[in-house]
Write a protein that binds this ligand. Structure first.
Ligand SMILES: [Zn+2]
Length: 250
């Protein structure tokens, strides 16, 4: 199925039968991605008395319970409710599901012990104007990002200046292949999160951050049509499946 979409003065076609899924799936146990010092997620049959919710164990159905943390174990999208006392639900705040997105590859810069995505790195990588979503693929890009346990590993993060640039560029939806936009151990400063959502000035209530995407190398940098939706959880964050479509100019 072919759809037509506009971007400024340009017209594109997208083939809806060719989705490019950039989510990381939640899996049982240690093969799942992990961060924030949490136990591995668990997918296990409900057990009540004689009943074990597994066809292999004699039940008529498989009936699994899933125990996980959206921030730790899966691609997830979060809203400003992640850092505010006031409760905001991403399921309430993310209400449009399609937008233009630019994929950029950036090599984080070494700053002391840290690896930091800088505003200069983003500016150099960006080629398009007018996309309201930005997808940051950090280099090197390896398949281990799908199974990595980032706890206590001080993964790369975005500088405050990088976030100021992102906000100034009108980016409403930021997607990163990292566990967080902030430094793992920053004593709760959360400079990048706070800057992105402008919490102390005029909060950007419909802006979202998606963490733990994985952008395979087969997806080259450039402009894409993005479908971003969350599982309907009333929570600051929820599992999400960002899907890209390659536009063909007509
Ligand atoms: Zn998160």
């Amino acid at each position: 199925m072919i759809a037509s979409v506009q971007h400024g003065d340009h017209s594109y076609q997208i083939d809806l039968s060719k989705p490019l899924d950039i989510s990381i799936a939640l899996k049982h146990g240690k093969t799942s991605v992990n961060a924030w010092h949490q136990p591995s997620p668990s997918i296990h049959p409900v057990s009540e008395g004689d009943f074990i919710g597994s066809v292999a164990e004699g039940a008529p159905i498989n009936f699994n319970e899933v125990v996980f943390n959206p921030h730790s174990h899966v691609t997830h999208t979060e809203c400003l409710g992640h850092i505010t006392e006031e409760v905001f639900s991403v399921n309430e705040k993310l209400k449009t599901y399609f937008t233009w997105a630019e994929v950029v590859s950036v090599t984080p810069e070494k700053v002391g012990e840290d690896l930091v995505v800088s505003s200069a790195g983003l500016k150099t990588a960006r080629k398009y104007q007018g996309a309201s979503a930005l997808i940051v693929r950090t280099l090197p890009n390896t398949e281990t990002k799908r199974i990595m346990d980032y706890s206590h590993k001080n993964p790369p993060y975005l500088s405050k200046e990088a976030m100021e640039y992102i906000v100034a560029e009108g980016i409403e939806h930021l997607l990163v292949d990292l566990p967080s936009v902030d430094k793992e151990k920053d004593e709760g400063k959360l400079e990048a999160h706070k800057t992105f959502w402008c919490v102390s000035q005029s909060p950007r209530t419909s802006a979202t951050i998606t963490e733990f995407v994985f952008v395979p190398d087969t997806i080259v940098d450039g402009l894409y049509w993005l479908n971003l939706q969350v599982a309907p959880f009333e929570n600051d964050a929820a599992p999400s499946r960002p899907v890209l479509f390659k536009p063909m100019e007509i």
